[in-house]
Design a protein. Sequence first.
Length: 116
Amino acid sequence: MSGLTPADELAQIRSEIMRLRQREAELREAWLTEAEMPRIGQWHKVELVTSRERIFDPRLLPDDIRKNPSYSREKITRTIRLRRKTQVDVLAHLPEIAKIDGPPPRKTLFRRIRAS
């Protein structure tokens, strides 16, 4: 992943994680539905475990408790959102990338983008 900007590296990492999660889901589904699916590998073995646990469901509480602000708190979360750059983003940063003063004519601009 060398040579990538941190934003592009993050996008590549997230793409790989998504691919791995999809593959994990496929394997999990196969072990749960196909009896002949091998469960023993060279270094690992798969065990199907069924468990039961009690969970708290706040939706089951009476409305006067559920909607009472005394029983809730505010949580602040910071996340990193990744989005694909738009043409506007590219055009906005092109002068600093190409080290030119002011925006170049449109035809020249797209030749420079394709060439890089």
